[in-house]
Design a protein around this ligand. Structure first.
Ligand code: C5P
Length: 236
């Protein structure tokens, strides 16, 4: 895999038109795009198909969670879009249904262990009697045992989750900020190089690219930082 293919740009824009303009601006600097709630519910799923036909990869970040039959049917539809990654909440029933339904396709299922906006008090309020760290570790182990393809996690958690998940699962990390970039609402951030060093396979980057005055330049710079970190990791 080329280093720049480890960069996933979050198309967090309000319209398909804005997304198309961003994709055009980024050109060959970016080969992988994430479509989340904002764009998907504004007609953006059609864009997934267009991207796949243009030889780009697509990450559908809709964090599915429902009864197994419904999850399975949804996963089959996402697989037909030609997407590469899809997120589901890391509940055992949901993960089992998703893994079963993606068989025979190129779709890989990523588990969201515990949403990064949750702290121990939020978990308690939601009825859980354990800490975020304990629940995330338990769900990562369940994901591994069920045969999930990967996990979404903060770069800070990557090393710990890698130890649980083993080398075969992909780790995808958001909350990436090049040195000097605005954090925005992200509280736990890491540079691209540090995230790769921590064991991330793919980095999700939104605002540092899509809100930059020169998005293509920003993407190329992050791609170069990833490449240098991967080379350094190989020689370390
Ligand atoms: O703009 P920014 O780089 O912060 O965007 C990060 C992207 O990753 C957003 O699409 C956000 O929804 C997503 N994400 C995240 N934290 C998670 C999971 C997903 O920031 N724990």
């Amino acid at each position: 895999m080329e280093a720049k293919d480890r960069l996933i740009v979050a198309l967090d824009v309000p319209t398909v038109k804005a997304a198309e303009a961003m994709i055009e601006t980024l050109g060959d600097a970016v080969s992988f795009y994430k479509i989340g709630y904002q764009l998907a519910f504004a007609g953006g799923l059609g864009l997934a198909d267009a991207l796949v036909r243009a030889d780009r990869r697509v990450f559908i970040d809709l964090k599915l969670h429902d009864i197994g039959n419904t999850v399975g049917k949804g996963v089959e539809s996402v697989a037909r879009l030609g997407a590469t990654f899809l997120t589901v909440h890391a509940y055992p029933q949901t993960m089992r249904a998703a893994v079963e339904a993606r068989k025979g396709s190129g779709l890989r299922i990523l588990g969201v262990t515990v949403l990064t906006s949750y702290d121990d008090a939020d978990l308690a309020a939601a009825g859980y009697g354990r800490t975020v760290a304990a629940l995330a570790a338990e769900r990562a182990a369940q994901a591994r045992d069920i045969g999930m393809d990967g996990l979404v996690c903060s770069a800070e958690e990557a090393a710990k989750l890698r130890a649980i998940a083993g080398p075969g699962m992909v780790l995808v990390t958001p909350g990436i900020r090049p040195a000097g970039a605005e954090a925005g609402d992200q509280k736990r951030i890491m540079t691209p190089a540090a995230a790769i060093a921590a064991g991330a396979d793919y980095l999700v980057v939104g605002r540092p690219i899509v809100a930059a005055s020169d998005p293509r330049g920003a993407a190329l710079a992050i791609g170069a930082e990833i490449a240098a970190a991967v080379r350094q990791g190989r020689t370390a």
